[in-house]
Design a protein around this ligand. Structure first.
Ligand code: SAM
Ligand code: SF4
Length: 326
């Protein structure tokens, strides 16, 4: 078992397959000319398998593939097939633009629940946020997955003055389709233009939604990072991920492996452990994993707290989101 010094058992690994992406969401990818990590420095398919098996041997029972965009990686399908043979719940977070190419592989591999990011239902705003013209493709692919009976969670990063006016449209979407929307508070990462006044908090979201709907609070599952709700009679649900205003670190069970093979014990951890280089040198990485998790801070990587209104993003030492793996 992997346990930290606050007795939190860590059984959930998020693996970034690449820091490359076919979209350019401004809140994720730094604006200056961004250089993707060369392929030789990324974990190779067999290295991902080896590392995953080691984590499974230490009690990991859930793996999420993420990135960058995991489905731009050429061998993504092979990696999905291979990891699906492990005794884990395998899942994926994707921007949705390539899902039509992967729907059969996901189905055959038993990956029937996935998170798809979509921050707006307006094509022009999609272009503004992602700097790419892919709204129709992403929306079509969500429809395709719903038709094939996948459990679809839609991740929407809510940013004040940009898309907070669309909360009702997203909740309305849950009326006729079984989509599970997750509203995410905007988080600060290196180079992402975060300022505290762009955060639209959980309370503000609930206030807006409750003006229009009667909502019911749902029972959350253990380790859920989101607080679930539904409008009675709607087919889908919505949930809120309140990292900034009400963190859920007390129950954290997550670890992250970056695409270049560094272990991060928190999205906001500064310290990383280079598992890939150790693996390539033939070293035993198990003690490195335990050491890294033992050093995990109590909350938010030890870098800030819920008083985000006084937070200066330049004081946080981290990577950009695209290089961590969300
Ligand atoms: N490319 C895939 C995607 O977009 O779903 C997977 C990687 S992306 C980094 C994972 C998730 O992190 C997405 O849902 C994205 O919206 C979220 N994310 C990225 N930057 C964020 C930020 N600054 N605040 C909150 N969520 C963020
Ligand atoms: Fe790419 Fe996902 Fe980041 Fe957008 S959020 S730039 S789709 S990795």
């Amino acid at each position: 078992m992997i346990v930290d010094k606050f007795n939190r058992v860590h059984n959930y690994l998020r693996i970034s397959l690449t820091d490359n992406c076919n979209l350019r969401c401004f809140y994720c990818m730094p604006e200056e000319e961004y250089e993707f990590t060369p392929v030789s420095k990324l974990m190779q398919k067999d290295e991902i398998e080896t590392l995953s098996k080691i984590f499974v041997g230490l009690g990991v029972n859930k793996i999420r593939l993420t990135g960058g965009e995991p489905l731009v990686r050429k061998d993504a399908g092979e990696i999905i097939r291979s990891l699906s043979k492990l005794p884990v719940k395998l899942t994926i977070t994707t921007n949705g633009s390539r899902l039509h190419e992967f729907v059969d592989i996901l189905d055959e591999s038993g990956v029937h629940s996935l998170n798809i990011s979509l921050d707006t239902l307006q094509p022009e705003k999609f272009q503004l946020i992602t700097r790419r013209n892919q709204f129709e493709k992403v929306y079509e692919n969500i429809q395709l997955l719903l038709k094939r009976s996948f459990h679809v969670k839609v991740n929407m990063v809510v940013m004040k003055g940009l898309n907070d006016g669309e909360l009702i449209d997203f909740v309305e979407w849950t009326k006729h389709q079984p989509v599970h929307v997750r509203f995410i508070e905007f988080m600060p990462f290196t180079g992402n233009r975060w300022t505290s006044n762009k955060v639209f908090t959980m309370q503000q979201m609930l206030d807006v939604i409750r003006e229009k709907y009667e909502v019911t609070r749902l029972q959350d599952e253990k380790h859920d990072t989101s607080k679930g709700y539904m409008v009675p009679g709607h087919q889908g649900t919505f949930a809120i991920i309140s990292t900034m205003s009400a963190n859920f670190c007390g129950d954290c069970n997550r670890m992250r492996l970056t695409a270049d093979g560094k272990l991060k014990n928190c999205l906001f951890a500064e310290k990383e452990t280079d598992l890939l280089s150790a693996l390539r040198r033939g070293e035993d990485i198990v003690p490195l994993i335990h050491q890294n998790i033992r050093s995990k801070a109590k909350e938010l990587g030890g870098q800030f707290n819920t008083d985000f209104e006084h937070l200066h993003p330049e004081d946080i030492h981290n990577r950009s989101m695209i290089t961590i793996g969300g």
